[in-house]
Design a binder for this molecule. Structure first.
Ligand code: AMP
Length: 452
């Protein structure tokens, strides 16, 4: 399977347009290196992390994590973020955006701690003078809102990685589907950073367990996705509970259209950063199309492709939760170490599945779009679009699950002529895949009769 694409072909331009990559203002646009290649995109000749204003303890945590140089979005966002500017950023999946908002925040925490350490300590009150501790209320300094639990957990891990040399930096994720008691215990430690999905955060706000009046930094990660998922009112409620003096950093696949009303209201004189990535640059992910005649044919083809010798781990995307369950079961019966991941599963089960995937006990994950968003596992060598995605952006997010951090990956689409005419998306996929090699099946017996 190979990929080759004609630079700047009209088809690519139309596909870029369809995916919202085309009309970024030229003066603001930075053309990034291939998608999902943060490590490669971090040009060794560019600025260093230290020169962007990060202190030695933060840089040493990055070095330990294998980060040598900042990616384009980090080069722009880190200095502005440290300076306290509001940011509105559009950057492709896998381009290092988590560090782009987490590092300036951690640097600010680090500076604050150093300043506090140099102050003389207040004497501790005598025992009798100590007051009874009130009901614990968490008063975080930073809040990161994410659309999904998986993304929230990744942001939490990133904060722990980057801030590991700081004296005190506790990060807690507040997610739906997790027992309240457990969350209350975590909140009682009064963490500096909260990473939350909107619904559960509002529950805690209403119960008076979280107070956002001291918040200094608010991050909206994948803001466009949160709007698509209907979180607009929740976001408004949360923002209303924060002080107007906060710094706000908003990350979104696109900055125009529906997101612009939100940015207009939430951000103060923001620095606009757009890391544009053209389709033809996404060369580390080989994309192929397989025509299929019917469902049975699609299943046989998937079975065949999953036995590719080069496959380490794979994600198979289905359109519905029920299909994800059924297909994962069928693949397990066929001998694949497979599991399903979708929004109807309890949080505990979802966490166990992601852990098993990370530990390579699961090799084939069958997932729906929302559940798989944000998954960052280097062993994913293949992504299969068993069903076409509903939105064109989802296609980009799906294929971005492979080819992470400088590796290469393979993304395959299978679609039937029966379903293709029902959705205009097939056109986008054809455009995206223009000039890619088309496979009608890779061996005799599973070749489609339909020729596209
Ligand atoms: P993100 O776009 O935040 O999902 O990051 C994609 C992947 O790139 C993650 O595995 C990060 O750990 C990794 N990454 C982020 N920044 C860098 C960097 N400067 N150098 C190397 N890897 C990075």
């Amino acid at each position: 399977m190979t990929s080759s694409n004609t630079p700047s072909s009209p088809l690519n331009a139309i596909a870029d347009q369809a995916l919202g990559f085309a009309d970024a203002p030229a003066q603001a646009a930075v053309v990034a290196a291939p998608e999902a290649v943060a490590a490669e995109a971090a040009a060794p000749t560019g600025p260093s992390f230290a020169s962007l204003g990060l202190s030695a303890d933060v840089v040493s945590a990055l070095t330990a994590a294998g980060y040598q140089n900042p990616t384009p979005v980090q080069q722009r966002a880190i200095p502005a973020g440290i300076a306290g500017r509001d940011l509105m950023v559009s950057s492709p999946t896998g381009s290092g955006k988590t560090a782009a908002f987490m590092l300036p925040a951690i640097e600010r925490f680090s500076q604050l701690q150093k300043a506090q350490a140099s102050q003389p300590r207040e004497p501790r009150p005598a025992d009798g003078a100590r007051t009874r501790r009130p009901q614990p209320v968490a008063r975080p300094t930073m809040l990161v809102l994410t659309p999904t639990r998986e993304l929230a957990m990744q942001v939490t891990t990133a904060a722990a990685t980057y801030g590991k040399h700081l004296k005190r930096l506790r990060t807690v994720s507040i997610l739906g589907g997790v027992a309240y008691g457990q969350q209350l215990m975590l909140l009682a430690k009064n963490p500096e950073i909260l990473v939350a999905t909107p619904g559960r955060l509002i529950d805690h706000l209403e119960r008076g367990r979280i107070d956002l009046s001291q918040l200094q930094i608010l991050v909206l990660d994948e803001a466009d996705r949160m709007l698509d998922m209907g979180f607009i009112e929740d976001i408004e409620t949360i923002v209303a509970a924060t002080p107007a003096s906060r710094q706000t950093m908003l990350f979104s696949a696109t900055l125009d259209g529906k997101i612009s009303s939100l940015t207009g209201r939430l951000l103060k004189d923001p620095e606009r950063i757009e890391i544009v990535q053209r389709l033809e640059q996404r060369t580390n992910i080989a994309q192929t199309v397989h025509y299929v005649d019917d469902r049975d044919h699609k299943d046989r083809l998937l079975d065949h492709l999953l036995r590719d010798e080069g496959l380490d781990q794979a994600i198979v995307f289905t359109a519905t939760k029920m299909d994800a369950d059924q297909l994962a079961g069928r693949l397990a019966d066929a001998g694949f170490e497979s599991a399903a991941l979708h929004g109807d599963l309890p949080q505990g089960a979802r966490n166990r599945t992601i852990k098993a995937l990370r530990e390579r006990r699961v090799r084939v994950l069958v997932a729906t779009d929302v559940a798989a968003r944000g998954i960052d596992i280097p062993g994913i060598t293949h992504v299969f679009n068993y069903d076409l995605p509903k939105f064109a952006e989802d296609y980009v997010h799906r294929i971005g699950r492979t080819g992470r951090a400088g590796r290469s990956g393979i993304a395959a689409v299978s679609y039937t002529h029966l379903r293709a005419h029902e959705t205009s998306l097939h056109l986008v996929c054809r455009l995206l895949l223009a000039k890619k090699r088309r496979h009608n099946g890779v061996k005799k017996g599973i070749r489609a009769r339909w020729k596209g």
